[in-house]
Design a protein around this ligand. Structure first.
Ligand SMILES: *Cc1c(COP(=O)(O)O)cnc(C)c1O
Ligand SMILES: [Zn+2]
Length: 420
């Protein structure tokens, strides 16, 4: 394994670590899979499904050979992440208008979001280099995830969160895990800029999506989906796009599976952004060469509130390689789709529901055929944003199509019988 600059091609060793090349390009992990045999890997991954108390019980480290084979086991910091549910539900299929839709609930991860898939690898890598102090800037889920792994790995975390438009549930979770949390003016983008400048001098290991090991860990999401579906993937994989780490990892993971011969056809990727924070979608839609950052992004789906995604070039590559497409959806579309996902019993936070809302729109616009199959990645847990639930299901919400309000009632048989 080595780190290769995506701009100039310069390569460095994975233990001589930096995020940016001298030329300003991001580093990407490049692996050589020549010596792997697909059948042997399938057997190994299947055998590990019966593990309970080793790192291989994790839905990330189960695929260690494809993620970080060089890492000595003693450095692995794991909370048995991954191993999340794969669902189908008639309600969601009817809402979208397709016959077969899967939902992969990364919301079932230990800290409640897919960030755990990547964070376990980033923190383990940092530990292997001798770091004791970890940092990130985050709209919330990256911070909860980092705080959790830092603490379980007996290390410290220093976390920067914007002082507005983020979910208090996530900030509280981060504080509770014992992180040093700094509430900062500005947005996620400002926090990233600060860390890019100063993290090295401060001796901090950065766990944002510019960290290629996080992307490496997040590849496990598509590996696990493929394994659960017996190595037959649906026609489309749909992800929400914020910083675009998930989309990037998905593209890389698919590339691995295809190169190794574990799958024989590449599904297409659909990346869905929120209208108020959609610089990537706009670039693709208007066939622009470069991404134009949005200086004041706003969406109620706070995990997508990012105007200058650092990984856009990697995500563009993933899109191109899978003949993918993009779309954007309004906050109302997101929140109504979320209500359907919640009501189905699966549940998710607003950002995740951009997938179902986007897929519905793409089917409606006939960009995706209703007879094709699709899978939506649900990124975060239903309890990650309880304010969103309160707002949606409140009496005076006029745009909530699937509202479910509280029944205030007296506790006697006749009254209750009327409701049942
Ligand atoms: C981080 C996050 C996203 C966005 O993922 P990116 O990799 O930043 O594009 C979407 N949903 C949730 C719940 C998240 O935590
Ligand atoms: Zn370079």
């Amino acid at each position: 394994m080595k780190l290769v600059c995506i701009e100039c091609g310069k390569s460095i060793s994975y233990d001589n670590f930096s995020y940016y090349c001298e030329c300003g390009g991001l580093f990407d992990i490049v692996q050589d899979f020549h010596n792997h045999d697909a059948e042997r890997l399938k057997r190994l991954f299947n055998e590990r499904l019966s593990e309970r108390m080793t790192p291989y019980a994790s839905g990330v480290w189960r695929y260690k050979e494809l993620i970080f084979p060089e890492l000595p086991e003693e450095f692995i910091v794991t909370k048995y992440e991954g191993n999340t549910g794969l669902y189908t539900h008639q309600l969601i299929q009817d809402y979208i208008g397709m016959r077969k839709i899967y939902l992969k609930a990364q919301s079932e991860n230990p800290s409640g979001s897919f960030k755990d898939n990547g964070m376990t690898v980033a923190v383990s890598h940092g530990k292997s280099l001798g770091y004791k102090k970890f940092t990130c800037t985050s709209t919330g889920n990256t911070s909860s995830s980092l705080a959790m792994y830092a603490s379980i790995g007996n290390s410290d975390s220093y976390i920067f969160v914007p002082n507005k438009d983020i979910s208090m549930n996530k900030v509280l979770q981060t504080i509770a895990y014992g992180a040093h949390v700094f509430s900062i003016p500005g947005t996620y983008d400002d926090g990233i800029e600060f860390l890019e400048k100063y993290s090295e001098d401060l001796g901090l290991y950065v766990c944002n999506s510019i960290n290629p090991f996080r992307i490496g860990g997040q590849k496990s999401i598509i590996y696990e989906i493929a394994q659960y579906l017996n190595w037959n993937l649906p026609d489309w994989i749909v992800v929400p796009g914020g910083a675009l780490s998930n989309a990037t990892a998905l593209g890389k993971g698919l590339h691995d599976l295809f190169t190794l011969g574990l799958i024989d056809k590449l599904p297409r990727i659909a990346i869905i952004q929120a209208e108020g924070a959609s610089p990537f979608h706009q670039m693709i839609d208007q066939k622009m060469k470069e991404l134009i950052p949005d200086g004041s992004p706003y969406t109620r789906a706070s995990a997508l509130n990012i105007g200058n995604p650092p990984s856009w070039k990697k995500a563009k590559h993933a899109l191109k390689e899978t003949n993918g497409i993009t779309a954007s959806v309004s906050d109302t579309e997101i929140l109504n789709a979320k209500a359907i996902i919640d009501r189905s019993g699966i549940g998710c936070e607003p950002a995740s529901a951009a997938t179902v809302a986007g897929l519905r729109k793409l089917v409606d616009q006939q960009k995706i055929d209703k007879d094709e199959t699709a899978l939506c990645i649900l990124t975060g847990n239903i309890l990650k944003d309880t304010d969103a639930l309160k707002e949606y299901h409140s009496e005076d919400n006029m745009v909530a199509t699937f509202k479910n309000t509280l029944q205030a009632t007296s506790l006697d048989y006749k009254t209750i019988q009327n409701y049942i």
